[in-house]
Write a protein that binds this ligand. Structure first.
Ligand SMILES: NC(=O)c1ccc[n+]([C@@H]2O[C@H](COP(=O)([O-])OP(=O)(O)OC[C@H]3O[C@@H](n4cnc5c(N)ncnc54)[C@H](OP(=O)(O)O)[C@@H]3O)[C@@H](O)[C@H]2O)c1
Length: 298
């Protein structure tokens, strides 16, 4: 069935998608599959062809696209581009709901939010925590920040993006920080794991076998996070067990083992450097969470 923007209902509001890259295309597909009248615009118009064949309306200008949607979704490369596109829609933006799903820093996102607010738009930012093929998945996470009115009004539409969407703040910049915090944790953990994998494979040990054998130790790491978070929130690092002074010898062993195997020791060496500095500054008996103060000082 071909749907048009004029077929708007409360349950299935007309949605506009600006930007049909890998993510924007997946989003527009999800809205179409969800039965929404969907209007699309992309700088390279041909990228809309497959969506138009499935019933989407192709807008030839950003202004026309914005004018067709109750909810205007933006998914492009960079927030300077997101804002420039919205700006080119002129007064068509006033009174509309904007959902910006374009990644950037918290300051970049806030700048778009503030500007859109001044144009009379209601603004919601979303940080999508999944890859394009997982859009719409029941477990796909989206962190939202901004207008609770937009979040509430478009709930059924937002669920088409990800089943685990949550409004976490009225501040549109916070979802960007949440996303970065997840990635920061992920890259730190993955770098440690890959360094360990290099160490293991230099001995001919299958990394998968190690994973099976060491599963209890590795899953205990996640259980360690709430305690660490609590210590950071309270700024209190006193501990009876597992103090920094006890981490140091294990780190020294890891650095020496790496060097002996001709494996780059820079990553554990960096960690050892942090621990040494904290110990030298008199924090030997503090918990590992004390190291957050090192990052704060920079
Ligand atoms: N892909 C993912 O799995 C994923 C996951 C989470 C979040 N995201 C976020 O989603 C957003 C879009 O990512 P993507 O993967 O879809 O990127 P992409 O595949 O590289 O597509 C980029 C999009 O931005 C448009 N664009 C770039 N510069 C433009 C300009 N100057 N004027 C107008 N349009 C311009 C492109 O238009 P053209 O087609 O004309 O080049 C295209 O629609 C990003 O913020 C990304 O971080 C993506």
């Amino acid at each position: 069935m071909t749907t048009t923007a004029s077929a708007q209902t409360d349950a299935q509001p007309a949605v506009t998608v600006l930007g049909l890259g890998e993510m924007g295309f997946a989003l527009a597909s999800a809205f179409l599959d969800g039965g929404h009248p969907t209007t699309v615009w992309n700088r390279t118009p041909e990228k809309a062809d497959a969506l138009v064949a499935r019933g989407a309306q192709r807008a030839t200008t950003v202004r026309d696209a914005v004018a067709a949607g109750s909810l205007v979704v933006v998914s492009v490369k960079g927030n300077a581009t997101a804002r420039a596109l919205l700006e080119s829609s002129g007064d068509a933006l006033a009174g509309r709901a904007v959902l910006n799903l374009t990644d950037g820093t918290s300051a970049e996102v806030r700048a778009v939010a503030d500007w859109a607010g001044r144009q009379g738009a209601q603004y919601l930012h979303g940080q999508i925590m999944t890859i394009a093929p997982a859009v719409g998945g029941a477990e796909s996470v989206v962190f939202y920040g901004g207008s609770d009115a937009v979040y509430d009004r478009f709930q059924p539409t937002l669920r088409l993006i990800g089943g685990r969407g949550a409004l976490i703040a009225a501040d549109a910049g916070i979802p960007a920080l949440y996303g970065m915090a997840v990635h920061d944790t992920m890259w730190g953990a993955l770098n440690g794991f890959l360094h360990a994998a290099a160490l293991l494979s230099s001995e001919g040990i299958e990394v998968k076998r190690f994973l099976d054998d060491a599963a209890p130790s590795l899953s205990a790491l996640l259980a360690f996070l709430p305690m660490t978070a609590d210590e950071v929130d309270r700024g209190a690092y006193a501990t009876e067990y597992g103090a920094l002074q006890h981490h140091r010898p294990s780190l020294e062993d890891l650095v020496r083992e790496s060097e002996a195997r001709n494996i780059d020791a820079a990553f554990p060496g960096y960690t050892l450097g942090l621990v040494n500095k904290a110990v030298e500054e008199g924090h030997a008996k503090d918990s590992y969470a004390r190291l957050v103060e090192h990052f704060r000082k920079r």
